[in-house]
Ligand binder design. Structure first.
Ligand code: GLU
Length: 472
């Protein structure tokens, strides 16, 4: 049985050819050099601040050159998927003002000609491409069970050799077409693996847009392209999607940097021109005098919800992240105090290669300045929106008289010496609580405590004298 016939047996449902797909998604009609970037989150229900950081970099990089920025939902890992997570992603990008030109702009409502933009809806595309690779002798079915793979891993650990499916360990690589056909007839489950032609001892040079020139070992792993459920792994989906969605610049998390040789190998096997890559180091924090990356498990501030709950204006977060991305943003802001931050030109080569350091005090500083610059009306509107969701009992108190609230916000607003005591909307209760009888605690118990040790008559005389002399 030749490869073509066996391919039909392996992929009985694939009706398209790779040429059909090329035709369906032609190169974009954009001038040379105009970037197409993307954000590709997985719907796990958790929006990491680093995800917004990477998305912001991609969005600004593309839009400052009149390019396209699109959203692709990477939902091929069905075990990790959380209900409602796609809504959360769409909502977060909207909230932070990241403008999406293509993709799901509302739940199950897509725009753009390069979709579907959810990977789970693209199974036919991946299967068509994997079938093509098989026909070319560049991919093969693997019938190893999870137990067999575990056994291989154990043996490699015992022999102290590099783990993975490669060389002599790639048991299914040399299966004959006859054997493959037989196993398929028996109904054996299989994955499809890449047939790597690489040699781990060779080195390749890559030019990363952020990290610069780097040397990495060539890939020799026969990684899984298509899982037994017919959905792709990240590595394969990345290559297929970024090619057919015509991405020009892949700006993504650093954790993918070591897989770059593999990705470049798959691009080459398919004769696809690889996009340019930039790998963004994770945001870090200092703990016990050493740096570590912001952790989803340990650090509440890793979750974007944290900033929402505390009531930081989204624009302050964006300005803070721009500041983390390019440290000269701060000088630019001083020189252009009123300008829209979209006018700042972000430079990939200026992004900190070893990871930006998260600094909550700095964020609060930026946020204080931003809130101080808002008009009393804007601030009133913003706090009312925030309390409605996050502090309903306070909302009841302050919503009844908006004019009064606005007057409070107007104290020392405008002019050169604005008050800068509010960094986030959750600070308002503390700072302005004294203007509300329901909050201001003037109970005699408290009075007694604060006047402890002071003669009551003396205090009364003092207050009387003060009131007589006081000139508002
Ligand atoms: N889904 C991948 C992630 O969340 C996307 C990486 C990429 O941008 O290519 O890490």
């Amino acid at each position: 049985m030749d490869n073509k016939d066996l391919a039909k047996k392996l992929f009985p449902n694939v009706k398209l050819t790779i040429e059909d797909i090329e035709k369906k998604y032609p190169p974009r009609d954009l001038a040379a050099g105009v970037p197409v970037t993307r954000v590709a989150p997985s719907p796990t229900g958790f929006m990491h601040i680093g995800g917004i950081f990477a998305a912001l970099i991609s969005e600004r990089f593309s839009h400052q050159q009149n390019g396209i920025f699109y959203l692709r939902v990477e939902d091929t890992d069905k075990k990790r998927e959380v209900e409602g997570a796609v809504e959360l992603i769409i909502e977060a990008f909207k909230r932070y003002g990241l403008k999406i030109n293509e993709g799901e702009i509302e739940i199950e409502k897509e725009i753009g000609a390069y979709g579907p933009y959810r990977q789970s809806h693209r199974a036919e595309i991946y299967q068509t491409v994997v079938k093509y690779l098989f026909e070319q002798g560049l991919a093969y079915p693997c019938f190893c069970s999870p137990e067999q793979l575990e056994q291989i891993g154990q043996q490699q650990a015992e022999e102290k050799v590099r783990p993975g499916y490669y060389g002599q360990w790639a048991k299914c690589r040399e299966n004959s077409n006859g054997k493959i056909a037989e196993l398929i007839d028996q109904g054996a489950p299989f994955t499809i693996r890449f047939k790597s032609n690489g040699n781990f001892l060779n080195k390749i040079t890559v030019n990363d847009l952020i990290k610069g020139k780097k040397i990495l070992p060539e890939n020799d792993l026969d990684i899984i392209l298509l899982k037994s459920d017919g959905l792709p792994t990240y590595h394969f989906a990345h290559v297929v999607d970024d090619h057919f969605m015509r991405t020009t610049h892949v700006l993504r998390g650093d954790e993918w940097f070591s897989s770059l040789p593999l990705h470049l190998q798959i691009f080459a096997a398919l004769n696809f021109q690889a996009p340019l890559f930039g790998h963004i180091s994770p945001i870090q924090k200092i703990e016990n005098n050493s740096r570590r990356k912001l952790s989803k498990r340990k650090d509440p501030e890793a979750n974007v919800d944290y900033y929402q709950q505390d009531g930081y204006p989204e624009k302050a977060i964006i300005e803070y992240l721009l500041n983390l991305a390019n440290s000269d943003f701060e000088d630019w802001r001083v020189e252009n105090p009123e300008a829209d931050n979209r006018q700042f030109v972000l430079r990939l080569e200026k992004i900190n290669q070893s990871g930006a350091l998260f600094d909550l005090v700095k964020l609060q500083d930026i946020s204080k300045n931003m809130i101080a610059k808002m008009s009393a009306r804007e601030a009133t509107q913003a706090i009312l929106l925030w309390v409605k969701k996050y502090d309903p009992s306070f909302a009841k108190i302050i919503s009844s008289d908006k004019e009064y609230l606005e007057r409070i916000f107007n104290i020392e607003r405008g002019g050169d010496h604005q008050r800068k005591d509010i960094a986030k909307w959750s600070d308002v209760k503390n700072e302005f609580g004294c203007f509300y009888d329901e909050i201001f605690d003037n109970s005699s118990e408290l009075l007694k405590q604060s006047l402890a040790g002071i003669d009551l008559i003396l205090a009364q005389d003092f207050i009387k004298a003060f009131l007589e002399k006081y000139n508002h």
